[in-house]
Design a protein around this ligand. Structure first.
Ligand SMILES: *[C@@H]1O[C@H](CO)[C@@H](O)[C@H](O)[C@H]1NC(C)=O
Ligand SMILES: *[C@@H]1O[C@H](CO)[C@@H](O)[C@H](O)[C@H]1NC(C)=O
Length: 969
């Protein structure tokens, strides 16, 4: 147990202590222990969780609970569950003793830890009644590497040989590690870290652990003898670096001299002089005994490529002494004789056998024409004292010059009077072109230009023959032949051609041959094109092929709607015409606000002229208010299109007809001098523009001048508008039986106004009947009879009288006495008969009822449907008819049959108005009931021609009548 921070000793006394203070605030805390634990695989790990402090009521650890839960990513499980003294759940590798729990030690021991145990652990301690504490511990499982060091057992130094040491780490985790090689040399007694180290990247094992190997290669010298080599490993699982020593011993090299040792064995025991003799023989063998060289066949690469460096090797071995000449010759097909390329000579006569002399004399001689080179390796001495060398000819062949050329390696050695020659034939190959797929446009469109490109890639040498073909009725027809820059275009009207060439540093070439033509469905759909290529590096032509699928993309006309002005709640059909596409297969979607609401594969029609297809798609909706914000799309998918095409429709002309209620009156039964309100509700219309007008007895109510007041209340719900219009007035008896009308004009949805009528009937008022006229259409100069009855009168003490312009009328009036009707009220019939004149035009005529008891009067106007009449103007006459010069005369003119009375008469003489002289009589009613008058103009008669004009303007009708009179004296 770690140090306890508080002054609390072990928990048992605490228990005792706590029982003494039963009512204090309870609290449990856990000891501060590592929340991160690293455990080596296959070892035991302890996850610490101990109670540090506990103060509270009854400490009942026996009844307490402990839960160790485990999570690793998505994986969850309980490692240990202890509830009220009973272990309910437990991993078999987990250990926690109940006795330990009762002492406040909840630490969990995990045995033989494996990788699966890595993760998060939570220790949850619960002590009744309500004390709780938790702690989280992260467990990392690590694995120690197995370190294996391999090496040779013994290594001879000084022979120029290499030695390899390898240090392999396997099965370790985590995968970060570091390895180094150390050398301890006895002479210096110092540690040296080796640098020429080769570390492969770590490899993963299936269990997640890693392997890595670190190799070092060295060429030890004599000074290294006695050294030790150690591999040092750094890894998380080692507290200090782990070291393994390589079991290698460095020894001085023995001299192997086959012949010398034979002699040595014969005279092994003979002393120095014999040894001297032996050495003498040895030196002879080494330097004066001549052995002829063995010359191998010339080695060459499997393939010699045009304008690519290649090496030819001539191996010369087993010769002695080391004096030698190697020469290379070339004989091209066109050459008659071999030509020397280069010569190499070794002429060092004396080599001290035991020294490590590496001197090489070189004599290079360049051929004037070629950059070919001879490179000789260093002369090698083998164990038996003979020499060997390899001579390398670096060539840079050209297929046109060097193919089938003969190459000779000639070796001259003192042991032979004749040179040894080895010959080979050089085959120079080109690099054949590779054809990539013919490049065609992703979509070939009807009636548009198409380019097909044949990529001929990385070949050499340059000449290449390209032929384009087309499959016409199953037959390959050549279109274009390109042979070494010569172009033969067989159909120049249809095809054009161009080529791009790319040269690369290794002398290879790529060529892009492109033909271009116009594609139509009729000519090119499903047509096949071929690109064939011939080249020196190919035995047979290579070919690529492409098939064209010609397409035409669909065009969409604007969406049409039926009706043009759609109405909310009424069916609306949208149609979309899609045309000029190919091939036939197409799908159409109808979208509302970018969501597909209908998909179809339409039936299409063929437009025979162009082989193009078309169709009309329709879609029916019943628009609602929400469609005011909607967008409809007709969208087509077709293989010619990268993205679908669409036409859009926004129901911007969507309207909703207003609903107009009947006019209601509040109060229901209005009374004289009590305010009343007429209300009309106009609802659910769209758009908002609406005109509402009120009329009283056919006259528009203008709030500013009328005694009625108009008020409006507008509202809007779900995009639809409503309006309540009210007319407020305090009625007088004059308003009795007034006709109120509301006219609603919603011009966006209908040109016809909607009208609602209401007749105001005041409480307790008599009822005037409709005026009956006879004849129905009154005319001037004729008699007219107007009758009306007043009913609903409560008592007979009433007066009914006719008035014309506030003037009581007596003539032509007939009245009945008040008659009691079946409703127990009285009724009076009144009739007026009179001669209609122009004075009645727009004149006031009314029937007045008077309640003689109460004094109330009611009147009812009658409007006579009389027309204004334009005057008839006579020709101007002169009196006397033939006046003489110097006389006075009068011009006069009759103005007849007009109504109303207002006229304006203007006399003029020539261009001058005669203002003062004119005289027009006051119009009088004539026998036709219309006005008539005469106008005069007194004149002074002068010699010659004088023109007089009388202009009569009728103000009501705005008609002008003009008369002219010419006086000749
Ligand atoms: C708690 O228990 C574990 C194992 O059960 C033990 O290793 C550890 O030492 C204990 N701690 C103390 C403080 O006794
Ligand atoms: C890692 O090394 C072990 C022991 O040398 C070997 O069995 C195992 O195949 C190696 N793993 C890999 C992935 O090479």
């Amino acid at each position: 147990m770690g140090p306890v921070r508080s002054s609390l000793p072990p928990l048992v006394p605490v228990l005792a202590l706590l029982t003494l203070v039963p009512h204090s605030e309870s609290k449990v805390t856990l000891k501060d222990s590592p929340s991160f634990v690293q455990v080596v695989r296959n070892e035991n790990g302890l996850l610490e969780c101990e109670i540090a402090e506990f103060s509270g009521s009854k400490m009942t650890l026996q009844n307490s609970s402990v839960l160790w839960s485990f999570t690793n990513g998505a994986e969850k499980s309980n490692a240990f569950v202890y509830i009220s003294g009973v272990i309910r759940e437990k991993w078999k590798e987990a250990e926690l003793l109940s006795s330990s729990i009762t002492h406040g030690n909840m630490s969990l021991l995990l045995k033989d830890v494996a990788y699966k145990h890595a993760g998060q652990y939570q220790c949850e301690v619960y002590i009744p009644p309500n004390d709780k504490a938790t702690k989280t511990v992260t467990l990392e499982v690590i694995a120690r590497p197995t370190v294996i060091v391999t090496s040779e057992k013994t290594v001879e130094v000084g022979t120029g040989g290499e030695m390899a040491l390898s240090c392999q780490l396997s099965g370790y985790f985590p995968c970060e590690s570091n390895t180094e090689w150390l050398q301890t040399t006895p002479a210096q007694g110092k540690l040296r870290v080796l640098t020429d180290v080769c570390i492969a990247p770590p490899v993963k094992n299936p269990d997640g652990t890693c392997n890595i190997s670190t190799e070092v290669r060295l060429e030890p010298g004599v000074e290294d003898i006695g050294s030790t080599f150690t591999c040092r490993v750094f890894h998380k699982s080692f507290t200090k670096p782990y070291q393994v020593e390589a079991l290698v011993t460095l020894k001085e090299a023995e001299i192997h001299l086959s012949k010398a040792s034979i002699i040595g064995s014969i005279i092994g025991s003979i002393i120095t002089s014999v040894l001297v003799l032996g050495l003498g023989i040895y030196f002879y063998m080494r330097f004066y005994y001549k052995v002829a060289p063995y010359v191998s066949e010339i080695q060459k690469p499997v393939k010699v490529i045009h304008r690519e460096p290649a090496e030819l090797t001539c191996q010369v071995s087993g010769f002695q002494p080391s004096v030698i000449t190697i020469a290379w010759y070339l004989k091209r097909l066109k050459d008659a004789e071999m030509k020397l390329i280069a010569e190499w000579q070794e002429d060092n006569v004396f080599h001290f056998p035991l020294s490590k002399a590496k001197k090489i004399g070189k004599a290079e001689k360049k051929n004037e024409t070629d950059d070919w080179k001879v490179r000789a390796g260093r002369i090698q001495k083998s164990g038996d004292g003979t020499f060997s060398i390899s001579s390398v000819l670096e060539i840079y062949p050209d297929i046109f010059m060097d193919n089938e050329a003969e190459i000779t390696c000639k070796v001259i050695h003192p042991s032979n009077s004749e040179a040894i020659c080895k010959k080979i034939k050089l085959h120079v190959d080109g690099i054949p072109p590779k054809l990539a797929r013919i490049i065609k446009p992703p979509v070939v469109l009807h009636n548009s230009s198409v380019m097909l490109t044949c990529p001929i890639i990385c070949f050499k040498p340059r000449p290449v023959k390209i032929t384009w073909y087309k499959n016409v009725h199953g037959q390959k027809t050549p279109l274009l032949v390109l042979d070494n820059a010569n172009e033969k275009n067989i159909f120049p009207d249809k095809y054009s051609h161009y080529m791009r060439r790319f040269n690369y540093s290794d002398c290879t070439v790529s060529v892009y041959s492109t033909i271009r033509f116009n594609a139509t469905i009729q000519e090119e759909d499903k047509s096949q094109y071929f690109c064939a290529v011939e080249h020196i590096g190919l035995t047979n032509p290579v070919e690529e092929q492409v098939q064209l699928d010609v397409k035409a993309f669909p065009s969409l006309d604007a969406i049409l709607s039926d009706p043009v002005n759609p109405v909310i709640g009424e069916m609306l059909t949208l149609t979309c015409r899609v045309h000029s596409f190919y091939p036939e297969s197409i799908t159409v979607h109808w979208l509302k606000d970018d969501v597909i609401v209908e998909s179809k594969t339409p039936k299409t029609d063929l437009n025979s002229k162009h082989e193009l297809h078309e169709f009309i798609s329709s879609f029916t909706i019943t628009p609602t208010v929400s469609d005011l914000q909607s967008k409809y799309k007709c969208q087509v998918d077709h293989e010619s299109l990268m993205y679908p095409r669409f036409a859009e429709y926004i129901p911007e002309n969507l309207v909703s007809h207003p609903t107009v209620s009947e006019i209601t009156c509040s109060p229901d039964i209005p009374e004289v001098e009590k305010e009343l309100t007429l209300t009309c509700t106009i609802s659910d219309y769209y758009p908002n523009d609406i005109q509402v007008e009120w009329f009283r007895n056919e006259v528009r109510i203008n709030s500013n001048v009328s005694h009625e007041k108009i008020e409006e209340q507008s509202s809007c719900k779900d995009g639809l508008h409503s309006k309540v219009t009210m007319v407020t007035l305090t009625p007088s008896t004059d308003d009795h039986q007034a006709e109120y009308r509301v006219e609603v004009c919603h011009s966006k949805s209908s040109t016809k106004p909607i009208k609602k009528n209401f007749q105001l009937t005041l409480k307790g008022s008599p009822k005037f009947s409709v005026f009956v006229m006879e004849p129905e259409n009154p005319s001037y100069g004729k008699d007219l009879s107007v009758s009306c009855s007043v009913s609903g009168i409560s008592h007979p003490n009433v007066t009914v009288e006719w008035y014309k312009a506030s003037q009581l009328i007596h003539n032509g009036v007939t009245k009945t006495k008040p008659i009691l009707t079946s409703e127990n009220t009285y009724k009076v019939d009144a009739r007026l008969k009179f001669f209609v004149t122009a004075e009645d035009f727009e004149g006031e005529l009314f029937l007045q009822y008077k309640d003689n008891d109460k004094g109330d009067t009611f009147k009812r106007d009658i409007h006579l449907p009389l027309q204004a009449v334009t005057p008839e103007v006579s020709e101007i006459e002169c009196q006397p008819a033939y006046p003489r010069k110097g006389e006075r005369a009068i011009l006069y003119c009759k103005i007849d049959h007009f109504c109303p009375v207002d006229i304006l008469v203007v006399w003029s003489k020539g261009w001058t108005e005669c203002k003062d002289e004119k005289n027009t009589e006051t119009p009088k009613i004539n026998e036709k009931g219309l006005y008539s008058t005469v106008t005069h103009l007194p004149i002074d008669v002068v010699e010659g021609r004088t023109e007089y004009i009388c202009e009569v303007r009728h103000l009501k009708t705005n008609d002008i009548v003009e008369k002219t009179y010419v006086l000749h004296v």
